[in-house]
Design a protein around this ligand. Sequence first.
Ligand code: S3P
Length: 189
Amino acid sequence: MPPVANKDNSPNLILAGFMGTGKSALGRQLAKRWRRRFYDTDELVEKLAGASIADIFAEHGEEHFRALERQVVAGLLPEYGGVIACGGGLVVPAGMGELVRSKGIVVTLFASVDTILRRTAGNSRRPLLKGDDPEAKIRELMKKREQAYMKAGIAVYTDGRSLQQLCVIVERVYEREARALLKSRPKSE
Ligand code: S3P
C-alpha cells in the first residue's frame, strides 16, 4: 500500500483510456488495495440521468452524454482520496483533459486493438462500437483520440501484463506523482 495514498488529503487516482483497456477492473482492484472508494463515471452518469448509457445515447445522442460526463467530473467526484475510472471518451472533448487533470493524478491505459476487440464484445454500455465492423470503429476512434489520451495522463501499456502487475506499475506512478504534488503545495495547505 503506498504511504502517500494513506493520507486523507491524498490526490484522486483517475484512470482514463479507450474502452476495454481495463480501467474499471484496475480501479476496483487498486481501491480495494488502498482501502479507498471506487467511482465509475459511467455509473455516475447513469445515476445522474436516471437512465442507462444505451438509452442516453439512443434518446439524446452523444453530445448530451458528453455534457453529463462534464457535469459528473465538475461536480460529483470527491476532492481527494478516490479511485476513479473514466468512460472511454470522457477526456476527448476540448477542455476535458484539463478539467480531469485538475481533479487528481491521471493515468491513461492503452491496449492493442485485438485486446480491446476481445474485451468489448457485446456490451450494451458501448453503443459507439455497435454495428457490423467494431474493429474498424475501434481503429477509427483510436486514431481520432490518441492525441487526447496521450495528453490526458501518464501512459501505461496493459498488453501482456496481469492485473497484479498493473497494480504495481500504477501504484508506483501514483506514488511518484503524489509525492511531487504534495511537495509543490504551499506548507499552509
Ligand atoms: C465510451 C466509453 C464507455 C461509455 C460510453 C462511451 C467512449 O465507457 O462511457 O459507451 O466514448 O469511449 P468504457 O470506457 O467504460 O467502456
